[in-house]
Design a protein around this ligand. Structure first.
Ligand code: SF4
Length: 316
């Protein structure tokens, strides 16, 4: 079955959890996971995002960040253990940045997964520069040995000015250090970049800096998404006020072309098939680079919107 290219999933009622003050933290609400984890078991070890400040992100604005009590996580795992294994034999830790959990909490969570669900072959999580750099290579190796095999990292751009503008909480040099630590620990690094995030004004700078960053960190997986101004976010406010102009559909594809053409990978699965994108592409780099760049050149030359995904088919 083809993977659904959307990130949002609605959790069923058993995910309802209470905070220590009796407040409902997650009323069976929505969580986000990478589309490539669509067939993974979801284990919510935290609620929301501890950063929750990125200018374009509305995913967790309605959630107060909290780490779920270990007893709750173990109870969920015990319930999962009564069910057959998921065919993928993979598990994804939710919410936004589960890797922010301290080692004193992550280690028992991974140990409990091993104990209750011995069939799990790989655990993955979102993680960002802040959460990875709080851990040493030795600590990341310990997590790797306990099953953590993949980190999805929203890098968004290689341009320092844009990183500051979107309040990403990370600089380019810190992204590089993050990649180096994950590689040293043997954890696969899946990088997300965001087309259009610097607006028309910063478009070329964003694309070329992102290409050079990707070349430097050489991740095995890259996913390109397209920025979507969501009401309630600072990005949406800036766009509505005319302070930032999102590039046109073809301007976004021109960014993608620059990122693809100007980057250099030793071995990378590169995709733009997320629901937010206007043109889904997927390939193994460097093998498929010429084909993918040619496909973009063809669409950019034709400038025919009929060749693009219609607006109603896009999503987050
Ligand atoms: S770190 Fe990720 S989840 Fe948190 S605010 Fe930024 S984009 Fe959203």
């Amino acid at each position: 079955m083809a993977q659904p290219p959307i990130s949002r999933v609605d959790l069923p009622a058993p995910f309802v959890t209470q905070g220590p003050d009796g407040r409902t933290l997650v009323p069976g609400g929505s969580v986000y996971r990478p589309p490539s984890e669509h067939d993974s078991l979801l284990l919510q070890v935290s609620v929301g995002c501890s950063h929750n400040r990125c200018s374009y992100c509305a995913m967790y604005r309605d959630k107060r960040f909290a780490i779920r009590p270990l007893a709750e996580v173990e109870a969920l795992l015990a319930a999962y253990a009564t069910q057959p294994p998921v065919p993928s034999r993979r598990l994804f830790l939710c919410d936004g940045d589960a890797l922010i959990l301290p080692m004193a909490r992550l280690v028992p969570v991974l140990q409990a997964i091993r104990q209750h669900l011995p069939w799990v072959e790989r655990v993955a999580s979102y993680g960002d520069t802040r959460s990875v750099l709080r851990k040493s290579v030795a600590e990341l190796q310990e997590l790797r040995e306990l099953g953590l095999g993949m980190i999805y990292h929203g890098v968004e751009t290689g341009d320092d000015a844009s990183l500051a503008a979107i309040v990403k909480g990370a600089r380019r040099d810190e992204v590089i250090e993050t990649a180096d630590r994950l590689r040293a620990a043997g954890i696969a690094h899946s990088v997300i970049v965001l087309l259009g995030i610097a607006g028309v004004q910063g478009s070329e700078r964003h694309a070329s800096a992102t290409a050079s960053l990707l070349t430097r960190i050489d991740p095995p997986f890259v996913g390109a998404l397209t920025v979507t101004p969501v009401p309630g976010t600072p990005l949406h406010t800036a766009v509505a006020a005319g302070e930032l102009e999102i590039p046109s559909k073809f301007g976004l594809l021109a960014e993608l072309r620059t990122i693809l053409a100007a980057s250099d990978f030793s071995r990378c699965r590169f995709s733009s098939n997320h629901a937010s994108n206007y043109l889904p592409l997927r390939g193994e780099l460097p093998r498929d680079k010429a084909r993918m760049v040619a496909a973009l050149d063809h669409v950019l030359a034709a400038r025919d919107e009929a060749m693009l995904k219609p607006e109603w088919m896009r999503g987050l």
